[in-house]
Structure formats: C-alpha cells, structure tokens
Design a protein around this ligand. Sequence first.
Ligand code: SAM
Ligand code: SF4
Length: 329
Amino acid sequence: MIDPFGRSISYLRVSVTDRCDFRCVYCMAEDMTFLPKSELLTLEELERLCGAFIRLGVRKLRLTGGEPLVRRNIMSLVNNLGQHLKTGALDELTLTTNGSQLAKHAEGLAAAGVRRINVSLDTLDADKFCGVTRWGKLDQVLDGVFAAKAAGLEVKINTVALQGINDDEFDRLVGWCGEHGFDLTFIEVMPMGEIGELRADQYVPLNEVRARLARNWTLTDTHYRTGGPARYWNVAETGKRLGFITPLTHNFCESCNRVRVTCTGTLYMCLGQSDSADLRRPLRASEADAQLDDAILEAIGRKPKGHDFIIDREHNDPAVARHMSVTGG
Ligand code: SAM
Ligand code: SF4
C-alpha cells in the first residue's frame, strides 16, 4: 500500500476498545462516555480486519486502546493474530498497555509470539501516579512490568512529559529504566479531545527536556528506528535507549508508515486529522473481502501529508475532537 506521498504503509495500530480502567488527566475527561458495546467490532471482525491489512502489506501490528488488556477475551485475538507471525505474513505483533493487567497476561503474550511491549508509566511516585491516572495503583503496574520482563518480553516505557507533574522526575526515570533494562521514550502531550484542563499548563517541550538530561547523562545520537516517530539516543551510563516523540517541536510526518483503526472499524489515516473511512460497513456487507480491500485502498489514497498540532495560550482547543483513547496514540 503506497500513499499519495510515496510512503509505504506497513504498520497498523488497532484500538481494540475505547474503555480503560484509568482516566489519565491528559488522555480522558473524568466523566468519559464510552461507546455502547453494540457499536464495537467483535473480536472475530477485528481479526478479519487485521487479516485484510496483513494481506495488503501490513507487516507490523500494534494493539492499543483504551486499555487493550481490559477487553474481554482479548487473548483469543492475540493468539489468533500470532498465527500470522508463524506463517511469516507478519513481522511483529505488539501492544501498548497501561500495565494494570499485565501480571495476568505477560506469559500468554509471550507464548502468542509478542516480543516487545510498550508500557505507559508517567511517574514512579505512587501518589502522583494515583493523581495522573485519577485512581491507578502504581504497585499493580510495576508488578505487571516486572512480570513482562520475567516472561522475556522486551519492555519500553512511555512517559508523557507533564508540567508540574513529572518534570522533576526525568533523571530518575532514565536511571530506573537503565537499572531494569528498559528503553524509555518521552512523549509531548498532544492536543486531542476535551479533557477539562488547559493543555498549555501540561505541555513541556522535549527539546528542553533533552537539553536538561544531557547535563547528567551522556547522550549519543543513533539511527535506531522502530518504524515509529521516536528519535533515539543512547545513554552511555545505562546502555539503554532514550527516545523522544516530538509531534509539536519536530514534525515527523514525512516518514509516516502507519494508519489507525478504531474498535468500531473507523480507519484514521492520520492521528492529527479528522478524515476517516468506515470499514465496518464493507466488513459486514459481505463475507468475501473484496469490498473491504477496496475501502482500505481507497482510504490509503487519501492519507494526508501530516498533522497541524499547536499548543500555546492562544490555541487551547483540541486540534482534533476525538480523544487519544479512540485511536490509541
Ligand atoms: N491505555 C494504553 C496505555 O496507556 O498505554 C494504550 C492507549 S494510550 C491512549 C496510548 C499512549 O498514548 C499512552 O502512552 C498515553 O500516555 C498516550 N497519550 C494519551 N493521550 C495523550 C495525549 N493527549 N498526548 C500525548 N500522549 C497521549
Ligand atoms: Fe487509559 Fe492509556 Fe488513556 Fe491512560 S493513556 S486513560 S491508561 S487509555
């Protein structure tokens, strides 16, 4: 699948649910309304949809959400998608999780062929963690992280840089990840969805964070890429990688290889734009995949050049109305 700007689309992110057991302050409003269950694609439909993308050239698949591990029977989908790894049709099956259910599922994920996972963790302070997630328990997440490590999964920690919340912890997080053998990626907060708070109060530009970290750690530039938007540096003192995802200070759209599908079968060709394609209708219209394939290819032909995120005091409105939990980041 090649888009109008010559980019090859080989990476699909699938939000398997919009629900979550946390309500992170930058991601969701406290009183979120979730979709009625009847709107969701079934796990069988999600599997068929992923199968179509794989047939059309997707080599990497990431399950996300909402919280992917709170969807009932999610491991059956993971196991079935894992079959595509065995046939060689898929290079990688992975997921992004808040870690709360990971202790239960780590071994099953490894058995299904998952090799790497991203765990979102914004702070190592239990009180702050409870505050950022609005009620999450840090210990439960750390148990999950260490269960994943014990199951042989490579863990990458994702941390959203948040003014006044974790901006005093960046060095500690680099050290902690180094100690436990995890790569770490910092993410700039993106203006997605109404959250009932001011984005400008949350936003920390990552070029400042990197400059601050460089005073205490020896950071060397690398060409390492995971197919994602992060730019990576090696931390000489820990031997681990440090990534920065900077949608606001550095636009990375020129190398974008991905599209996102929601749990209702809506395909978003860009995280930062509203244009979408409904894949549920062609999916349900026929048991054969011809209509579905046509709808996917037509949508790829409309993938926009990039996003237009801005956060400052004059721009507090979301760049897109949907929350990150709809497309899973
Ligand atoms: N619940 C899972 C988790 O937290 O990892 C998966 C879904 S979550 C939406 C995916 C990632 O998006 C998380 O790392 C989260 O921190 C990040 N995220 C959510 N809202 C964001 C925002 N407005 N700006 C930047 N990152 C955001
Ligand atoms: Fe849930 Fe992840 Fe959003 Fe936090 S970032 S509310 S864990 S979906």
